[in-house]
Design a protein around this ligand. Structure first.
Ligand SMILES: Nc1ncnc2c1ncn2[C@@H]1O[C@H](COP(=O)(O)OP(=O)(O)OP(=O)(O)O)[C@@H](O)[C@H]1O
Length: 224
């Protein structure tokens, strides 16, 4: 379970997160929606241990971030909004490079299986020659190498074709169902959100999204 309590974060005079509290049970997908600048990525950076909160407490699987950040970090996979792949490397070289950075050793066969799990069959092709959808799949596959228990995805399908988008959704649902992976997912795409989410958090309590989803009979939880 991920437990966030009374989180506060400001950049200078600008308060971005104010008294944010929520819980996500293990094995669930939580989607985070909200206006540009509402603080979604900032929240993810804190949960991913890349940024410190000003105050508040976070625990993952009973471990407290303050005391056990290193152990928690090893259980986290993070898919950033920007592609984090080496364009001049092949798919295989990208996978092997990130495998070397991972605490867990993976054979080529295992790396290929990870690629297959996100519907990417390429291996020798250079990343710069992949389609946009394939690059996004590679970006996700890289975050899966160390078999994270908690996966954070910041707009992982932005700007790609519908088929790749749906393949990625299916891959994520399978990871949740097969391995009980817990996922936090930022998206502005309401169709994607409704297809994936067990729970939807509305960062900044944007009324536009609340009302839009209400018309489809879907509830959101407000995070101010
Ligand atoms: N390192 C930083 N220093 C100063 N201000 C920052 C920093 N990081 C984020 N901010 C500010 O915090 C606010 C929230 O940014 P954040 O990226 O978390 O929003 P977001 O909800 O993810 O937006 P988007 O949907 O556009 O990605 C913005 O006003 C942003 O300019």
């Amino acid at each position: 379970m991920l437990h966030v309590q009374h989180l506060h974060k400001a950049f200078g005079q600008q308060t971005v997160l104010h008294d944010v509290s929520f819980t996500i049970p293990k094995g669930e997908i939580a989607c985070f929606i909200g206006k540009n600048g509402a603080g979604k990525s900032t929240l993810f950076h804190i949960i991913a241990t890349l940024l410190h909160a000003d105050s508040g407490t976070l625990t993952w699987d009973g471990r407290c971030y303050e005391q056990e950040a290193k152990t928690i970090r090893q259980q986290i996979g993070y898919v950033p909004q920007q592609l984090a792949i080496w364009e001049d490397f092949s798919v295989a070289q990208n996978m092997r490079f990130f495998e070397q950075l991972s605490p867990i050793r993976r054979s080529d066969e295992q790396l290929r299986a990870i690629l297959k799990s996100v519907a990417l069959e390429e291996w020798d092709r250079k990343a710069k020659h992949l389609s946009g959808g394939m690059k996004r799949k590679l970006n996700i596959a890289l975050s899966l190498i160390h078999q994270p228990a908690l996966l954070l995805l910041d707009e992982p399908t932005v700007g790609i074709d519908l088929r790749s988008k749906i393949e990625i959704q299916q891959a994520l649902l399978a990871l949740r169902d097969q391995f009980g992976m817990t996922m936090l997912y930022i998206s502005h795409d309401m169709e994607e959100v409704t297809a994936l989410a067990d729970t939807i958090f509305n960062v900044g309590d944007d009324l536009f999204y609340t009302q839009l989803l209400q018309t489809k009979g879907i509830d959101t939880i407000s995070l101010r």
